[in-house]
Write a protein that binds this ligand. Structure first.
Ligand code: SAM
Length: 178
């Protein structure tokens, strides 16, 4: 199991980004929660009657066998310790999105992570931090995620639909056009 598995929380309730997404956007089935951790968001959406599959290399390692009209990627990119691996995730995730489907990428913000890094004396690493538990955290704002799409050579395959930069988390919504 990879060290990033330690960043997953056993939650009984949905994540804040998911609550935000459900309140502000229409999300269509089939849904894929890419990097679903223990699967609390998957369970929540299933209980609402939606068709959802979860993928997580550490907890649900079977890759989806369907394409999603909605791909959720919540608090994943900010725990990945190299830009190269963040780009790999973007490339892989886009493959699972149907044409005209939407990808919702939520990350913890720079403000939030830099502040936690200072308060907790985390060690600086690769533009982010190594935490005391040995996990990695980097704050990413929507423009950082857009840059990852550019560096993945996928920026022309998607349309940026919405950017939300909150104090603690950020949500980038893109639509796959080809
Ligand atoms: C902070 S947790 C978030 C889990 C879940 N999305 C949530 O919000 O509760 C980060 C997750 O990213 C997963 N992860 C690590 N590398 C990944 C990869 N290459 N592709 C997809 N998920 C990955 C980890 O296993 C971990 O469960």
């Amino acid at each position: 199991m990879n060290i990033s598995s330690k960043t997953a929380k056993k939650r009984k309730c949905p994540s804040k980004p998911l609550i935000d997404i459900l309140a502000n956007y229409q999300i269509d089935s089939q849904i894929i929660d890419y990097g679903c951790g223990y699967g609390a968001d998957v369970k929540y959406l299933q209980e609402k009657g939606m068709s959802v599959v979860g993928y997580d290399p550490n907890f649900f390692p079977t890759k989806p066998t369907v394409l999603g009209m909605t791909i959720l990627n919540t608090y994943v990119l900010n725990v990945i310790d190299t830009k190269q691996n963040r780009i790999k995730i973007i490339k892989d995730m886009v493959r699972y999105c149907a044409i005209d489907g939407h990808i919702f990428i939520s990350t913890r913000t720079k403000t939030e992570i830099n502040s936690l890094g200072r308060i907790n004396y985390w060690t600086q690493k690769n533009g982010g931090f190594l935490t005391k538990r040995g996990t990695f955290q980097i704050g990413l704002d929507t423009n950082d995620i857009i840059n990852l799409f550019s560096e993945s050579n996928l920026i022309n395959d998607v349309t940026i639909v919405h950017k939300k930069n909150g104090p603690k988390y950020t949500i980038l919504v893109v639509k796959r056009k080809k």
